[in-house]
Unconditional design. Structure first.
Length: 370
């Protein structure tokens, strides 16, 4: 059955005020080119893509046993049409348990849920000196372990610390295997970062957070990212990163993209939740460990989009950060843009940027109320 929607539609060529026809994929877009939406226009945008999500709706990826269905439905209700289920640094058996559930969800998208494009391993191959909110199970990466994990669920992105001995060769092997290595939870130097980029690293994990900082005589990983990266993820909850730093990173990194790094507390009331094996508390718009360390977020992608616009980023540019750039990072050319032939991953927002409709591969999704 073909569905038709109307509004101010953002295509790769620009805004069109008209109609969009779709079933599981976009069939046609027709209308008039316009320079920008009017104040009373509904915005028809590509679905949001989140490449770093640990949980939501009270469920955590590391739980396995169907938890992925709960979080994928919750995030779909906030405009996320596809995502990478993200694991924590943990013993191998715990990661295997989580990935078995991710693999199941990849094979058959649950009704009402975002498409799970694969897994993002955030560790365990990180620096023990930059754990952030990760548990202390950091270890040296081996391709044998990754190969076994990849058999359970396709690993699309893997966060690691490149300064760990042997990790430059590890990066090269990951790249050959089609897994995007990404720098994060790293205490490495600027030079370590540059060497990792030359070895095949694709980007940086939650830029500015859990990595060696920028100093003008010691640029660190942040300096390597700002000077040389094409891609990097950033958390725009306005707690993890100041708006000024978001603007600086956007100016320096051509294809920066936004992630939520959301935890099981996303979409839930204030209270106590789990992030992998750790207990975290949601309050004051964030989530923290007992010592006050930020431990992921409770951000959703519709709020991420509103935050970007609120700090002065035009909607057309904000869409690149939440949809097109993350799709391009994974090589997903049929997502993250509205054009004939692409998956019908669509969000519609009211003139005041409230979500009114979400479609995942043409399926209408029940919106969240939290």
């Amino acid at each position: 059955m073909t569905t038709h929607i109307t509004g101010c539609i953002l295509t790769p060529q620009g805004w069109i005020r008209g109609s969009l026809a779709f079933n599981g994929r976009i069939i046609a877009i027709a209308g008039d080119d316009v320079p920008a939406p009017r104040d009373d226009d509904s915005l028809v945008l590509p679905g949001f893509i989140d490449l770093h999500v640990h949980g939501g709706g009270g469920a955590d990826v590391m739980e396995g046993n169907g938890a992925i269905d709960t979080l994928a439905r919750m995030h779909a209700g906030h405009g996320t049409t596809s995502l990478l289920a993200t694991t924590m640094t943990a013993p191998r058996a715990d990661i295997e348990h989580a990935l078995a559930d991710v693999g199941r969800a990849m094979r058959q998208r649950p009704s009402g849920a975002a498409r799970v494009l694969g897994a993002h391993l955030e560790g365990p191959f990180i620096s023990p000196g930059k754990l952030g909110a990760q548990p202390s199970f950091a270890r040296v990466g081996t391709f044998e372990e990754v190969n076994a994990l990849n058999a359970l669920a396709t690993i699309r992105v893997l966060t690691l610390a490149p300064e760990v001995s042997g990790h430059l060769d590890f990066i090269r092997l990951l790249k050959i295997a089609g897994i995007v290595p990404q720098i994060g939870h790293s205490n490495g130097t600027y030079e370590d970062g540059v060497a990792a980029l030359h070895a095949g690293v694709g980007g940086f994990t939650h830029l500015f957070n859990a990595m060696s900082e920028l100093h003008h005589r010691k640029p660190g990983m942040v300096g390597a990212a700002l000077a040389h990266a094409e891609y990097a993820e950033i958390i725009p909850d306005l707690l993890h990163v100041h708006p000024g730093a978001i603007h600086a990173a956007r100016r320096a990194i051509p294809k920066m993209y936004c992630v939520t790094d959301s935890t099981s507390g996303a979409g839930m009331p204030d209270g106590t939740y789990h992030l992998g094996s750790q207990t975290v508390t949601k309050c004051l718009g964030g989530v923290r460990l007992a010592d006050g360390t930020l431990a992921g977020s409770v951000l959703t992608m519709d709020q991420a989009f509103r935050n970007l616009v609120s700090i002065g980023i035009p909607p057309r540019d904000a869409v690149r950060l939440v949809s097109t750039n993350p799709a391009d990072y994974l090589g997903e050319r049929e997502r993250g843009r509205l054009q004939p032939g692409s998956h019908a991953d669509i969000v519609i927002m009211s003139p005041d940027l409230q979500l009114t409709h979400t479609f995942v591969e043409g399926e209408s999704i029940e919106l969240a109320h939290a």
